[in-house]
Design a protein around this ligand. Structure first.
Ligand SMILES: Cc1ncc(COP(=O)(O)O)c(C=O)c1O
Length: 246
């Protein structure tokens, strides 16, 4: 069933579900299996293997998250930082430059300040409230603009439509950390963001009992980030998928 037209409450319960339920199970069972039978000729990324995030627990959860944000595609990760670093390392090349909002989650800020240079990446930080100043940070090698929906820790909300507009105008990938808003309050794809990410550890899970993350957005960049995540190994295990899916 397509869930585009249903309420977010219905999507939260039903989107992505396998029907009829396996063995009549109303709740998706946990597929605690690292390996699955292979089919001859399968591409590396299509082999069914827990690190490649393609067990039923992963795919059902991914479909639900995409539906919740009215987005094309999604996958889950072992943490929010796994999602963030995989985005940088899949969508940026040595020499690229990123424009960041100047208020950011500390881990993201630290990673950009301390680790970007080792990978040949550079960045600048802009005031989210002053779109008129963002072009001063542009360089010929700028590839990405990265904001937070509601910033951690200062709970600032920038003009997020202006971010999308700026990205389109300058051919940048637009990325937003949607952790603090959650899909209940904000769905970045609906205003045109290419990618949204979450520390699912927070509101997406809601029970404070797992660390997890998610990447949600347009099919093409999500697929690129997922391939990188398959190599980096920051996948979520099936039991944690079950806990996030509740
Ligand atoms: C806004 C935001 N983004 C990303 C992260 C990183 O997520 P995780 O701790 O799940 O790796 C956090 C963690 O506090 C956060 O608050």
């Amino acid at each position: 069933m397509a869930y585009e037209q249903t309420s977010i409450d219905t999507k939260l319960i039903h989107a992505g579900e396998i029907r009829p339920g396996i063995e009549g199970a109303v709740s998706l069972p946990i597929f605690q299996s690292a390996n699955f039978e292979s089919v001859e000729g399968e591409e590396y990324h299509d082999i069914k293997y827990m690190r490649l995030s393609n067990s039923p627990n992963h795919t059902v959860l991914a479909s639900k998250l995409a539906a919740l944000e009215s987005a094309e595609s999604a996958f889950v990760t072992s943490s929010g930082m796994a999602a963030i670093t995989a985005i940088f390392h899949s969508l940026l090349e040595t020499g690229d430059h990123v424009i960041f909002q100047d208020c950011l989650y500390g881990g993201t800020y630290d990673y950009a300040r301390r680790e970007f240079a080792r990978h040949g990446l550079t960045c600048d930080f802009v005031d989210g409230d002053r779109p008129e100043n963002w072009s001063a940070a542009l360089r010929p090698e700028t590839r990405m603009i990265y904001f937070e929906a509601i910033t951690n820790p200062l709970v600032q909300v920038a003009d997020l439509s202006a971010v999308v507009e700026f990205a389109r105008e300058h051919d940048l990938v637009s990325v937003i950390d949607n952790t603090f808003a959650s899909p209940v309050n904000f769905r970045p794809a609906e205003i045109g963001f290419d990618l949204s990410l979450h520390s699912g550890t927070k509101f997406l899970n809601g029970h404070s009992d797992i660390v997890c993350g998610a990447v949600i957005g347009r099919t093409e960049p999500v697929a690129k980030v997922k391939k990188m995540m398959n190599y980096l190994g920051g996948s979520l295990d099936a039991h944690a998928c079950f806990l996030l899916h509740r």
